[in-house]
Design a protein around this ligand. Sequence first.
Ligand code: SF4
Length: 333
Amino acid sequence: MNFPVDLKERWGGRRYNSFNHVLKETFHSRVDKLSLRMDFTCPNRDGTVTVGGCIYCNNASHTPRGYHPGMSVKEQIEQGMAALRQRRGATKFIAYFQSYTNTYGPLSKLERLYRAALDVPGVVGLSIATRPDCVADDVLDLIADISRSVYVWLELGLESMHDKTLQWVNRGHGLREFLDAVERSKARGLRLCAHLILGFPYESRGEMLQTPMLLNRLEINGVKLHNLHVIKHTVLEKIYRSGAFTLLSREAYVSLLVDFLERLSPTITIHRLTGETYRELTVAPVWSLNKIATLNAIQKKLDERDSWQGKVYLRRALMESQPTDVASQELMP
Ligand code: SF4
């Protein structure tokens, strides 16, 4: 099966449905995400669900540089904008509520913070990251209300679809909570992005490759992928240093990731293909610090295989005699 021309055109020549391209098509200019850290905590840390948090979590790893406690949304956005304008000439921004659990608080506080971000000139949308067990109906109603007039993504951390892994990493929720959150979010028409980590030590390749099928079936709108990496001052660091498991090499990750993309519906937007954090907080793998090299390796692997997002998915659909007319499917921008 050759790379369908309509997909190639729709994706701006890329072999996958990239979020950057979707943003460009939607806003007709470059749009950058601005990471925010508000004074949230997490029910997986404060004892509401469990204590200690996920074994890989260190929120310092995605706290924006220049952040200091007490900074308002406006101050953080303006600081981030100044840096991005200088570095990339960006003019439009999505305010990304990233650190901790950004739906964990009184409704009035959530509304105040989300709307304060949207009040800053240049902010054209919101991304709200949270846990699937932390999206009560009134929170979803609020986000749905905002999304009627603004571009909004709700990012749900699943990390793995396998409960044995979720238990191992002390997530404090299972697949069931994710399915419930997806159903209630979908009922409100929200754009949903699932966060996933590939390379957990006690998952087989086959188990990891079941995930795209689940996402296709749920008609998730976007996915954010990264390899398991070990960050300083986490429980995972201690386990890793004990020699209990090894991490994927870049080559192994790229091969797995391309297998994953081939099984994923072409309608799903790819928000991220690899993850990295600050050098001073990274324990391993060191290769993840060179994001450009990893993205280049992914592109090379797709070229070598003459492959693209959805190749296996579409072939299976054809074999099952259920023609999937991708060209006629509406992609949610
Ligand atoms: S749910 Fe998120 S913020 Fe909470 S411990 Fe896990 S990774 Fe950290």
